[in-house]
Design a protein around this ligand. Structure first.
Ligand SMILES: CC(C)(COP(=O)(O)OP(=O)(O)OC[C@H]1O[C@@H](n2cnc3c(N)ncnc32)[C@H](O)[C@@H]1OP(=O)(O)O)[C@@H](O)C(=O)NCCC(=O)NCCS
Length: 195
């Protein structure tokens, strides 16, 4: 596996600019992950101390750059508005297992996509746009064969994002030590959806 040049990790779409998350994005991460409303269907708010402690781990990239967290910015102003990630899906663990995100290795098991957006920016199609752009990266630049997602059954917005971007429901599955609705999109399914 060849290390992807940093430039190929900068993803541009019509209204957005996605770049790898940096340690000094901590204010955005604190805003997103401590907010009870944003975290309502994603395990509840996280304590600031834990976010700060995990910042160094959460900017690491695995599989030669292919997986990790991106900061979603507005294309013109470059203002950060959210995060989107490709990370190993925790099955019988409660949270992301950062130790599995290692430079030269694609971890065993499923890779999940997850996203969080500032509340002011909800309902403008930004996450559907960001997911589409990350899928294009994952399947046409990186060498991922399949991406999964899991949701809280009450998370209508996230379900719509997944359906809209081509994910197929696979019924209930285990993730985050719970049973929850699962979704899956293969590279061949993604290619077929583009025709
Ligand atoms: C989920 C989330 C990322 C969606 O972002 P978004 O940019 O508002 O999504 P989009 O604008 O692309 O909307 C996608 C669809 O969901 C709908 N939608 C958005 N918010 C909704 C809500 N609160 N209730 C019902 N539908 C909603 C949109 O109308 C759109 O529907 P359409 O496909 O029929 O047009 C955002 O609501 C968020 O950050 N939520 C908190 C974090 C979270 O739950 N992340 C997912 C964890 S799995």
């Amino acid at each position: 596996m060849e290390i992807l040049p940093d430039q190929s990790l900068q993803l541009v779409s019509a209204r957005l600019f996605l770049r790898p998350l940096l340690e000094n994005d901590v204010d955005l991460v604190l805003e997103l992950f401590t907010d009870p409303e944003i975290m309502e269907y994603a395990g509840g708010p996280v304590k600031s101390e834990r976010i700060r402690a995990e910042m160094a781990a959460s900017v690491q990239r695995g599989a030669d750059g292919s997986i990790g967290v991106w900061c979603i910015c507005k294309a013109q102003s470059k203002a950060p508005i959210g995060t989107i990630a490709l990370l190993p899906l925790p099955v019988e663990a409660e949270d992301t297992e950062w130790e599995l995100v290692r430079t030269g290795e694609m971890p065993d098991g499923d890779i999940e996509i997850g996203y969080f957006l500032r509340k002011e920016e909800w309902r403008q199609g930004y996450i559907s746009e960001a997911v589409s752009r990350v899928l294009e990266f994952a399947f046409s630049v990186a060498s991922l064969e399949e991406i999964v997602a899991v949701i809280d059954p009450r998370n209508t917005a996230s379900r719509k994002v997944l359906e809209r971007t081509g994910f197929l429901s696979e019924g209930d599955r285990r993730a985050y030590r719970e049973t929850c609705p699962g979704f899956r999109l293969s590279k061949s399914g993604w290619l077929a959806g583009r025709l």
